[in-house]
Design a protein around this ligand. Sequence first.
Ligand code: SF4
Length: 473
Amino acid sequence: MLIAPADGKWRKVGRRSFFNGRTFRFSLLSLLSVAAETPAGVDVSVVDEQIEDIPWDAGVDLVGITCMTALAPRAYEIAAHFRRRGIPVVLGGIHATLCPDEAGQHADAVVVGDAEGIWHRVVADACASGLKKEYRNPTAPSLTNLKPVPRHLLKGDRYATVAAIQATRGCPHTCSFCSVSAFHGGRQRQRPVEDVVHEAETIGSDFFIFVDDNLTADRDYARRLMEAMIPVGKKWITQSTLAVADDPSFVRLAARAGCIGLFVGLETFNGSNLESVDKTFNKVKEYKRAIRLLHDNGIGVEAGIVLGFEGDRPEVFRRTLKMLDDLHIDAVQVSILTPIPGTETYSSTWHRLRDHDWSHYDFHRVVFQPKHMTIDQLQQGHDWITHEFYRPWRIARRFVRHALRPGGPGTIKYLAAINMAYWGRIRTWGIKGKNPAAAKNAGGHVRGLTSLRRLIPRRSWPRVPLRPRGRAG
Ligand code: SF4
């Protein structure tokens, strides 16, 4: 049994309405890839705690659990349950790969890195009651001839879509806060274009998601893939850097290949912040031109924004919101800088960590002391900007703008789905916050007057009586 854990507000979110979380659920390719690698003759099931309960009493011989850092405590809880029952547990995924020693304390075996090339050995050793403590590939496995993904193992009606495809793994960049670069070592591997196109043709849906970390990183590969995707005639969305818009002909090609939306990590509108995290290929002054080019080609833009970088002060929240408005961003995912163990950001900020509970490392809670703000200011500002961006009047304005763009009427349902999903989540979770700079300014008014009085010679101060004359006391 392969398990994807979920905790707190995320548990069973896929059972709720479309506006309350299901939109954010799409195919669990991580576990499905492991399921695909399971040797013939072994029954395999997949349990996703975001949409269903774990069958705690299931009669299984081996449990595999994947997790990111925020879900590690829940993964350990689940592991402990099955180990108490005498069922061996294997941990894998990003957190187990970046913290194998810690994961090893909670499992019978840990898979470090990709499962391909290893999982069949894990299963064989488990069958022979001879699990080793750790499994890792000597080199990252090739993505050629991957086995078909068994999507039928998922309860498809509880997801926005189970049509997800991965063409590449990893990213050649090494942004210091990113667990992708820590996991893949700043390299990208690619599947043969014909394998990807075959999967897109046979996926059984006219819309799918390329769940790649950075699909367009290798422009030659991406160009070949786009050209081959044109005859497939399906719509898709993916993740990319904004560097994709350096080449207008490539953007036009991507649009012809079916691209209707990109998630791009803008991260910040402060160049020195980008320098501090090795993301200097993002050029803030290019954002406007690049986003307009994407929009002109019918490609919507969801921006990833991170708050809490070294250069961020309380004024960052209003400025960021204004930039998002000015750039006509279609949707935004606002995160708090989170030092994920194994990343360079973790090494450089560990002495400022104020919270060591991994379950809080979910990118929406402050776990370290920011440089120029209090922890509360960063949290409040993050909540405020999230709430403000998804105010109904802003969503309505985005609908109108989108409808007027090339291809807009045909894709507005996707814009509506994502905006309404964020709006629903904000309402359900009660996210509101307040702008720390606004509070500061309110106080600053008085401070400003005080400073002004300091600058003006005392004898020039206006003579304003403090009490009515003629009264004692
Ligand atoms: S470009 Fe994106 S995926 Fe690549 S390392 Fe930077 S943040 Fe991570």
